[in-house]
Each structure stands twice: as C-alpha cells, then as structure tokens.
Design a protein around this ligand. Structure first.
Ligand code: PGU
Length: 407
C-alpha cells in the first residue's frame, strides 16, 4: 500500500503566500466592490525591457528554422550564458569559472533542491526570520523533528532582530549547512563584508557550507556592501551561491536563475571538485535544463544595454521603497530595510501580532502585506511590505495607510 511522505505533515502551516491570497479573497468576497492594494508577495509588475524582449524574440525565431532549431540543451545551461554570468562575478572582483555556474529555472527550486546533495543527518542553521523555502525543504526532506511554537526541533535558528541590525553572528554550536540571504528577505538588511567574513571563517573552521541567496544583490546601491559572498576571501571553499533573473530583470514569470558551486568547495567527506560534480549529477538526473528561449532572454539581460535597462527598473522599484519608508515614518511607524533592498520591514504598532496587523491593515486600509511571523518566530510582531508594484498603486496604498490606519 502506498504511503505519503509523512514529513509533509510536520509543516506548521500552508505555504505563506497562498494563505495570504486565501485571506484576501475571503475579505473581498465579504466586501464586494472594494479594491485592495497588494504589497504582499514580492512579484514584479513592470514590463520587460526592449533588449530582453529582443533576446526572447530571437530565441523564438531560432526555433522557427531547422538550421538554428535546438531541442534539449546542456542540463547545466547554455555555455554562453554560463560564461556571461561568470563575467558578472568578475565585475565584483570574484573569480568564478563558467563550469562553476549552473543555470536553472529559478532560485526557489535551487534553494529547495540543494539540500538533497547533503547528508541526511546534516545540522541546518537558518536566519530567523527567513524566506520559508530553506526551512520547509529541509522539513520535507526529514531533517527536522516536529514543529513546536513555530520552531522545528533540530534546526538552529539565528535570531535577527533590532539588537543585531537584523543580521546574526555565526551560531555558537557546530552546524553543517547555513542558509544566508543578503539583501535579506524579509527584513531588507544587508550583510557587510565583515559580517560575511565572520561566517566564512566559521564555515572554514567547522567544514560547514553556506548556501548564500543573493536574489536581490542588484538592489544594493551602497558600493561598500558585498553583492556576492565570493567577494570574501576563502568563500569559494565553503559557499554555494544562488541567484535569479526574477527581481533583476523581471523574470518572475519567465523563470531563470543560477547556482554557483565552486570547484574549490569542500566538505568533511568531500575533496575539492566533488560537490560541483554532485550538483552536476543531480541536475543531469532530475532537470532538463532551462528553456532555450528564456536563456536567450537572459543573455540579452546581461549585455551592457540589457544591464543598463534593468538598472532603471530596479531604480523604479527602489523609488517605490522610498515612498513606503517615508510614508510609514511620517505615520510614526518604526521601519527597517527598504534602502538597499526591495522589502520594508515594519514593527507592528502596540506590539500587535503579525496576523492581527494583517487583518487590521486589510480592513482599515485595504492594503495587503506579509505577516512577519510567516518567516519564522522572530518575525512575530513585524510585517513586510514589498516595493514591487506600480507606483500609483504603492502611492495609493501609502496614502490609505496614512489616512485610515488607526494607531
Ligand atoms: N530567493 C529569495 C530570497 C526570494 O525572496 C525569492 C522570491 C526567490 C528566491 C525566488 O526566486 P525565483 O528565481 O523567482 O525562483 N520571493 C518572493 C516570492 C515568493 C515565493 O514564494 O517565491 C517573496 O515574496 O518572498
């Protein structure tokens, strides 16, 4: 008799974003005629840029002729795109080879799948709060016990709060895998080089591996802040980096990302090269490569003109972030993030619970955000607003908060 994976039963709640959608729909059903302003999910809204569109069209055109048609491509990605990604690292002073870059259909699947190449008894450390995929994928894989009061037995939570500027120190105990995200979702905090060095030193000392999610790297405007963990000496021995075209080039629906697995990476039982070949084996076995059309779009996005156009898009979303930060501050709320990251992390007024504030904001202001507690126990009492949206919509949302939120 078939049995299901019982680990799914350990998951504390449904996935956060569908739950927000469910509550929003219930509110709209009960209040016909009301329109809500959605600052919940970090989902891009602005049209693709001309250079990217030309790249995608070229990808389609190539399929129209037998002489340029391609079927299955390399599982690791188009070699031109791998090379172009490697060159973007060089601009940050990091030396990455094309053979260390694995193109994928996005950072979320990679973040979820990476755990599968590590041992079942690996101890996992996560930032608290964190993008839910890091925890949930390890719960599903069976690396945790049951959930109690929002935490899972067996996981090490690295608390991120006001006292540490929302970026933790390495754990006191020995762990094997460490998930870090900078610029951070949900807090908007960005790690400094010194903070990342502390983790790199810890990982090398303990033969631990850092899984570094840099999906929002291009939102960093402060030149002194690192955009890749490979800006830190020694990181190639201990860090895998995940990245995405979603928030940089508007590919949330188009789908394209990559994971960098340096050949120098080592683990307790893996010499240099081994983990790179394991990830290669995993991708060849379970993934058939990213779309050839989309990879043409990705190449166009990384061209000089494509990068200039994407930078404007990022500037637009960061303009939204400024509207949110300024508006909430004017209302007297305590806010973090939104400077080098597209997320604003606000402290709920009067110590309200995150989900209670979600309901209040929806009811009083018709604004949808994301409850901080959905990202981990230390997110309780906080709330995330996303800067992804049309400017008019963001402005309307903030005006409504200013006018209607009862403090
Ligand atoms: N990594 C981080 C840190 C993210 O915040 C997101 C999206 C991704 C990866 C996804 O990258 P893809 O390349 O598009 O797969 N976070 C959004 C969307 C919600 C979700 O479930 O992915 C958010 O609102 O947090």
């Amino acid at each position: 008799m078939a049995k299901v994976n019982a680990n799914y039963g350990k998951l504390a709640a449904g996935y956060l974003f569908p739950e927000i959608g469910r509550r929003t729909k219930a509110f709209l059903d009960a209040n016909p005629g009301v329109t809500v302003m959605k600052l919940g999910i970090g989902n891009t809204t602005e049209a693709l840029t001309p250079t990217i569109l030309a790249g995608l069209r070229q990808g389609v055109e190539k399929l129209a002729d037998n002489s340029t048609y391609t079927g299955y491509g390399d599982e690791q990605g188009d070699s031109r795109l791998r090379q172009a990604i490697a060159e973007t690292y060089a601009k940050q002073g990091a030396q990455i080879e094309a053979g260390e870059v694995f193109v994928s259909d996005g950072a979320k699947p990679d973040a979820a799948n990476l755990q599968s190449i590590f041992s079942q008894d690996a101890t996992i450390a996560v930032q608290d709060p964190a993008y839910p995929v890091y925890v949930d994928s390890n719960v599903i894989a069976g690396r945790t016990g049951a959930s109690k009061d929002g935490t899972y037995d067996g996981l090490v939570y690295m608390k991120c709060d006001e006292s540490n500027g929302f970026f933790p120190h390495p754990p006191e105990v020995k762990v094997d895998l460490i998930y870090l995200c900078s610029p951070n979702n949900p807090t908007g905090a960005v790690a400094t080089k010194e903070q990342l060095k502390e983790f790199v030193d810890y990982a090398r000392k303990n033969k631990a591996i850092i899984i570094f999610d840099a999906a929002y790297a291009e939102y960093i405007s402060d030149e002194s802040l690192p955009r890749t963990i490979y800006e830190i000496d020694g990181a190639k021995e201990c860090a895998i980096e995940i990245n995405s075209f979603s928030k940089t080039a508007g590919f949330t629906g188009v789908r394209l990302g990559w994971t960098t697995v340096p050949k120098a990476l080592v683990a307790e039982d893996a010499e240099a090269g081994k983990i790179n070949s394991l990830w290669n084996r995993r991708q060849c076995t379970m993934f058939n490569g990213a779309s050839n059309i989309v990879q043409e779009g990705g190449l166009a996005a990384l061209s000089p003109q494509g990068s200039t156009e994407s930078a404007k898009l990022i500037e637009y979303y960061m303009g939204n972030a400024r509207v949110i930060v300024d508006g909430l501050k004017a209302k007297g709320l305590t806010v973090y993030g939104g400077i080098n990251a597209p997320y604003v992390w606000l402290k709920t007024p009067n110590g309200m619970k995150s989900w209670d504030f979600f309901d209040k904001l929806l009811k009083e202001c018709h604004v949808v955000g994301t409850p901080g507690s959905g990202f981990g126990p230390a997110g309780e009492g906080y709330f995330r607003l996303s800067a992804f949206g049309h400017r008019e919509n963001i402005e309307k949302a903030i005006e409504s908060i200013k006018a209607n939120l009862v403090l």
